[in-house]
Write a protein that binds this ligand. Structure first.
Ligand SMILES: Nc1ncnc2c1ncn2[C@@H]1O[C@H](COP(=O)(O)OP(=O)(O)OP(=O)(O)O)[C@@H](O)[C@H]1O
Ligand SMILES: [Mg+2]
Length: 586
């Protein structure tokens, strides 16, 4: 219930429309509630044998039906509009929040699971707001209206018919209690299935080459079978309760028939009143029958809302505020135009608690210095640079830029000063131009070409039939690993960062091209603090300073010449091994 209440602010945002819907609901129910009264009049006239009075009352019934029809149609239209608007606002908030969450959150959740939350779990909320909530409101109005009219006619008969209300309430409550957990597990299974499907599809190459098509299909089928089974269980419970509520409604009818009859005989109720009573009860029958549906629909919406609010409660990155829905940034502090001095003070870090990845890290990098980072795979090189752009925060110690703790900076401004080419380049589906200008959509033609040239990609692009407008990604050209890396490099260079981080950015690029890129970057790196991560000693030979990391600690630090001179040093050994293996590119 609490999670449904948390949706209330969304109602408040559209309160004018809400008011219109409420008024339309009240009016249409009023028209409906007057009808049995008019029928009562007709029966009275029939009994008194005054047929001339019947026609106007009959016309009134017709009029009421038309008015009720019109009002209902308007209410449905406006109500659906209201539901859609609420959903849209909720969606926007969810997406805005998701984009602001910490990287740590995404490490801990499968993307398929996330997808199912922001799509499938919204559906029951959609249904609830589009018409479930209105149905409940209308039923409540009708119930109150019927009570008022019935009490005004005969209190005793009303009380007797009310005696089934506890039965109905208990039934509805029990249904709610039983259906919610089954629906919850059903939704979890949907999440599992979406994740499994997403994994199979994105790993389809591996699936094919390991000839696991059959096993994967079986796995997906099992998962989808489990969704079906859990949903079916929930549906069965739902179905079992419908006849029970129907039974209570029938019982109420029976009581009115029996007790009402005796009241007529005793002269406490007139026949026309009795007829009106019956019709009022009939009016209540529909909502009573739908009670089970309303309860289970509401439970589904509650489960959906709970699963979604768990996301909304996740702590976002500090300082990345998206105010309102316009997405304007809230700036706080200086980072415009940083110098680029980077300091690590006794830094320790781990992705997970109890599993340290970096420890005892002390490092001082002057503005404009080129730092080469070497170390075996898994030693923590990528983790180290992730701390500089605050993709993660250290668990101990501080990372500083220009002598200020990173935490004091406005995160967005800070990141605008730092350019990072990730180890695994990511391209969006779209044109080459869109991919290069992703961080600076307003860049000029010359700037775009300049960045592509420095990344040794321009020649390749202009050789394509559609040049910079070539569509890549899912529905277009697929780029080779090296081309993707160079595109990612061009994207980063275009943002003109003060601190440049290149994480193994030439691992898929041939020796000649790497040489070209290094040449082109040399000039660009002047005056920028640059971190170059590599597995190869030669790739960092242009560095002013090299650090060698092993098991999360800096084991060697100095200029390439200094390190090469250490007789049994890591760097020197690496140079020698790579030379003897012929790994050296040049
Ligand atoms: N997102 C993550 N969640 C949990 N552990 C991680 C994550 N990313 C990396 N690790 C672990 O952290 C350690 C350091 O990883 P890191 O990516 O920094 O290594 P690296 O030096 O960059 O290696 P490589 O040269 O292979 O890229 C590894 O033991 C790895 O298993
Ligand atoms: Mg790495």
């Amino acid at each position: 219930m609490r999670s449904i209440l948390r949706l209330l602010p969304y109602l408040r945002e559209s309160r004018r429309l809400l008011l219109v819907v409420l008024v339309l609901s009240v009016l249409s129910q009023a028209a409906l509630l007057l009808t049995p009264k008019v029928i009562q009049k007709i029966v009275e006239n029939a009994l008194e044998k005054t047929p001339e009075n019947i026609a106007p009352w009959a016309l009134l019934i017709l009029g009421l039906a038309i008015i009720k029809g019109g009002l209902s149609a308007a209410e449905t239209l406006m109500g659906t509009r209201l539901g859609q608007r609420i959903l849209l606002n909720l969606r926007q908030d969810i997406y805005a929040h998701l984009c602001r969450l910490k990287l740590r959150f995404f490490d801990g959740i499968r993307s398929g699971e996330l997808l199912s939350r922001v799509t499938a779990d919204l559906e029951p909320i959609d249904t609830f707001f589009s018409w479930g909530a209105r149905l409940i409101f209308r039923s409540v109005l009708l119930f109150i209206g019927v009570l008022i009219f019935c009490f005004s006619m005969n209190a005793k008969l009303t009380l007797v018919s009310l005696s089934i209300v506890p039965l109905i309430s208990i039934t509805a409550f029990m249904l709610g209690m039983r259906i919610r957990p089954t629906w919850q597990t059903a939704r979890e299974k949907v999440g599992d299935f979406t994740s499994a499907l997403e994994e199979t599809l994105s790993g389809i190459r591996v699936v094919k080459m390991c000839t696991q098509e059959q096993n994967e299909t079986a796995k997906l089928t099992r998962s989808s079978e489990s969704v079906r089974e859990k949903t079916w269980r929930s549906n069965r419970i739902d179905a079992a309760y419908h006849p029970i509520t129907g039974l209570w409604a029938g019982l109420a009818g029976l009581m009115i028939l029996a007790y009402g009859g005796s009241l007529i005989i005793a002269g406490e109720l007139t026949l026309p009143e009795y007829v009106a009573f019956e019709i009022y009860l009939l009016l209540l029958l529909v909502p009573m029958r739908m009670m089970g549906w309303m309860v289970s629909g509401m439970q589904r919406a509650i489960v959906g809302a709970q699963r979604i609010f768990v996301l909304l409660e996740e702590e976002p990155e500090p300082g990345i505020e998206i105010r309102g829905r316009e997405g304007e940034a809230v700036g706080i502090s200086p980072a415009e135009g940083i110098q680029g001095r980077v300091t690590f003070e006794d830094v320790a870090f781990g992705y997970r608690e109890g599993e340290p990845v970096l420890s005892n890290l002390n490092l001082e990098v002057q503005p404009g210095e080129i730092v080469g980072i070497l170390g075996p795979t898994g030693s923590g090189k990528s983790a180290l640079v992730a701390l500089i752009s605050r993709l993660y925060d250290p668990s101990q110690g501080r990372v500083l830029i220009d002598g200020e703790d990173l935490k004091k900076y406005d995160l967005r401004r800070l990141r605008r000063q730092i350019g990072m080419v990730f180890q695994e380049p990511f391209l969006f589906s779209g044109t080459i131009r869109e991919n290069i200008t992703f961080g600076r959509p307003e860049a000029s033609e010359e700037e775009i070409e300049e960045a592509a040239k420095r990344a040794a990609l321009h020649e390749f692009i202009v050789g394509l039939e559609r040049g910079y407008e070539t569509i890549i990604g899912e529905r277009g050209l697929n780029l080779s690993g090296g081309q993707q890396q160079r595109l990612a490099l061009a994207r980063t260079l275009l943002t003109d960062p003060r601190i440049l981080i290149l994480d193994d950015y030439t691992s898929s690029v041939d020796a000649h091209t790497e040489f070209l890129i290094q040449q082109a970057l040399q000039e660009l790196m002047m005056g920028r603090t640059t971190f170059i991560i590599s597995q190869r000693a030669a790739s960092v030979s242009i560095a002013d300073k090299i650090i060698v990391i092993d098991e999360g600690e800096i084991v060697e630090e100095g200029s390439p010449e200094e390190l090469a001179a250490i007789a049994d040093g890591h760097y020197r050994r690496l140079l020698e091994v790579q030379k003897s293996l012929g790994v050296e590119k040049h």
